[in-house]
Write a protein that binds this ligand. Structure first.
Ligand SMILES: C[S@@+](CC[C@H](N)C(=O)[O-])C[C@H]1O[C@@H](n2cnc3c(N)ncnc32)[C@H](O)[C@@H]1O
Length: 269
């Protein structure tokens, strides 16, 4: 897998931006003179390279080149795109991540987060701790602790708006962690649990130590992290206060995510 470039080369980028500047000016001028009725012209204009530059600035997604879809461990590229869009949309001010590993999900969160936000990422691996030091971003803090040792003071006593579970893949540890973190959630916090889906399609030898095919049939899907599924099922059965939605696929190789949210009062009108 390609490595992240935490700091990208500024000179080459500046040259490209200078080259495209006339196009940006042209586009801005065209946008002023084209009426909404002529929106088809706008569509044509939107395919200008200058638009790509604007999009690239608003949605810097170059880091996704370091992600893969056929991979076990980190979030998949498609999933990264989903989480990126979610964070852009909801703008959580405090994110807690359990499971940093090599930083794929952390970098993805940071790319989408706004300036006043914070990401607290937990991991127990020495390699993760070393890699985390390469992230020079004051919104980020690596916490070298087990997920079950979460404390409110770790996150500077900030209410948590988004929790990402992707660490131990152990039912009991997840439940214990959830019991702790639950008390620190903001009203409409999102809890996202990775690896709750089943793998479909050709697995090309990919297996997990605890995984199995549903009913022993390959076409029924391979449950790669049974404890993550048990965990969300446990919350469903024992904690009425949370709704959940599964973002899974049966047509492609997908780890799958489950999104939970506290079932609070109806939206005020
Ligand atoms: C699947 S990887 C995380 C991948 C990462 N979220 C990403 O998408 O790039 C799981 C990580 O959880 C860590 N881990 C395992 N048990 C843990 C625990 N009890 N507390 C915190 N981290 C743990 C492992 O060291 C490993 O780095």
């Amino acid at each position: 897998m390609r490595r992240f470039r935490i700091r990208s080369g500024g000179v080459a980028r500046s040259l490209v931006e200078v080259a495209y500047r006339p196009l940006l000016v042209t586009k801005s001028f065209m946008n002023k003179i084209v009426s909404p009725a002529q929106s088809w012209i706008r569509l044509a204009i939107d395919s200008l390279p200058s638009d790509l530059l604007v999009l690239r600035k608003t949605y810097p997604l170059g880091h996704l080149m370091c992600f893969q879809d056929y991979v076990a461990g980190p979030i998949q590229r498609d999933e990264a795109l989903l989480l990126y869009a979610l964070v852009k949309t909801v703008d959580p001010k405090t994110i807690v991540e359990f499971g940093f590993d090599r930083g794929h999900s952390a970098i993805n969160f940071l790319k989408a987060m706004s300036s006043g936000s914070r990401l607290y990422s937990y991991d127990i691996s020495d390699v993760s701790m070393r890699l985390s030091r390469k992230i020079h971003d004051k919104r980020f803090r690596f916490i070298f602790k087990s997920q079950t040792d979460f404390e409110y003071s770790d996150v500077d006593n900030r209410l948590v708006d988004l929790v990402f579970f992707d660490a131990s893949h152990d039912f009991h540890l997840n439940v214990a962690t959830f019991e702790k973190v639950k008390r620190c959630l903001s009203e409409r916090a999102l809890i996202i649990v990775h690896d709750t889906g089943a793998w479909y399609g050709k697995l090309k030898g990919l297996r997990t130590p605890e995984g199995y095919f549903v009913d022993g049939k390959a076409r029924a899907g391979y449950i790669h992290r049974p404890d993550e599924r048990r965990f969300v099922n446990y919350i469903r059965a024992n904690m009425e206060g949370f709704d959940q939605i599964h973002l899974h696929s049966t047509s492609k190789f997908r780890h799958g995510l489950t999104v939970l949210q506290r079932n609070v009062d109806a939206l005020p009108l």
